[in-house]
Design a protein. Structure first.
Lengths: 228, 228
DNA sequence: CATAAACCTTTAATAATCGCTCGACAAATA
DNA sequence: TATTTGTCGAGCGATTATTAAAGGTTTATG
């Protein structure tokens, strides 16, 4: 019996993601993957050119989609404020990571290792990510919308906050009974990040007495612009 | 020739930490450890009861020191403000992690896996850590020193910010040319975290006009209390 | 100082498991 | 029918962690 080629490939990939996520790449055997996928062991080498090829294909798949999301927001954002751009970005990336939660988790973990693959991925994708984020932050600073502050730390913290719930889901569920998988998570966490933008990233109105004076009546419309 | 027992054990532990950190636990073989430590292969099983025992001993060692640092600040802090307590904690934990940077990195990575060991460690150490942190945050809120906000997110973000530079040092050095190993790192990063406390955690003075009015002349002494 | 006990280290070997490939077979394609 | 493509079982060669047995060294005891 000969199933569809694409179908078995997907079955292998799904099984691999699940196992890599909970056990790590090195901690997972091709036999486990084949068994979980319900296919023959040799098909992994046939379709992906071996265990290592499977890993690279999965990681690349994740980062391609990840960077694409950033580029889309970067180029086609219709928000007038930079903070608005960022909020669109936050929403897009949270949804993307949540949809690919196990994949994201194991990719992020794997990226903490030392290997030539990791270094290649960093110079390919993460340098690009850094460029987009820092350009956006700088834009916000130039417009006096953001407070001037160390841009490296700012970028790193933003990325880290975006990554946190998907790198440590077991920690969140075991210690805090928070599940990043559910739909109910994204909303409050997004709100939390918006609050961080307001308090830490944006220019505080206190430093500009004039703006502070007119702030109250304008409050509604400004909020509208930024989205809820 | 027979070396000192403790000496051999330390050599093995150091080699293991180095290799686990860059290659991961599963990615490291006992032969590599023995070769790097310059000792016989069987000594690892002899001294640590096998590779797994070595892992558990190292992780436990790290968390024991980690929790002790928290407890010390928690019980013996001489700061009058809760924010002052936290700043002492930040400094103590940053130094501890920096002194054990490779160990911290591989422990944090290993904690993102699914295993009974990880779950045990979480319920043993991370639940305790959560208790201390949340109690401190609640104290700050009761004293109106901290703004009322979701305490789970607050605690998680604090822990995450404390962990960030030590879980992703390769990312920081490859993409940002930041090295968490150097002494020059702690100071600006600590400052960054203090700023986060001021902006995001603490009650803003704007909400209390009276305090705001007397703030300027008192500025010096308050700053003194909190430490630089 | 001599001897026994405890401790540390090495050699050699074991069983288990690893990723991967080969040849046969079946199904689709031409 | 001939060829390509997908699937499978069997098994290869290499490597894994671990251990048992024995040798060497230190320490305690008389």
């Amino acid at each position: 019996m000969k199933a569809d080629k694409a179908e078995t490939k997907i079955k292998i990939a799904e099984a691999a993601i699940s196992l890599f996520t909970s056990q790590g790449f090195k901690g997972t055997t091709v036999r486990q993957i084949a068994k979980k996928a319900g296919v023959n062991l040799a098909l992994i080498s046939y379709h992906f050119g071996g265990k290592k090829g499977l890993l690279e294909e999965l990681i690349t798949l994740f980062f391609e989609g990840y960077i694409r999301r950033i580029e889309i927001v970067y180029h086609t954002s219709n928000s007038s404020s930079v903070k608005g751009n960022f909020i669109e970005l936050v929403e897009s990336l949270l949804i993307y990571q949540q949809k690919n939660l196990p994949l994201a988790r194991f990719v992020y973990r794997e990226m903490t290792l030392d290997s030539t693959l990791v270094r290649e991925l960093m110079s390919t994708y993460l340098v690009k990510e850094k460029y987009f984020l820092q350009t956006m932050f700088e834009k916000g600073m130039k417009k006096k919308e953001f407070r001037r502050q160390p841009i490296d730390f700012l970028t790193i913290q933003f990325k880290d906050m975006m990554m946190l719930p998907f790198l440590h889901p077991l920690y969140l569920s075991e210690v805090y009974q928070i599940t990043a998988e559910t739909e109910t998570f994204i909303k409050p966490y997004k709100k939390w990040m918006v609050n961080w933008f307001d308090k830490c990233v944006c220019q505080t109105e206190r430093k500009n007495p004039l703006l502070s004076a007119v702030q109250a009546p304008l409050f509604g419309s400004i909020q509208e612009k930024w989205g809820s």
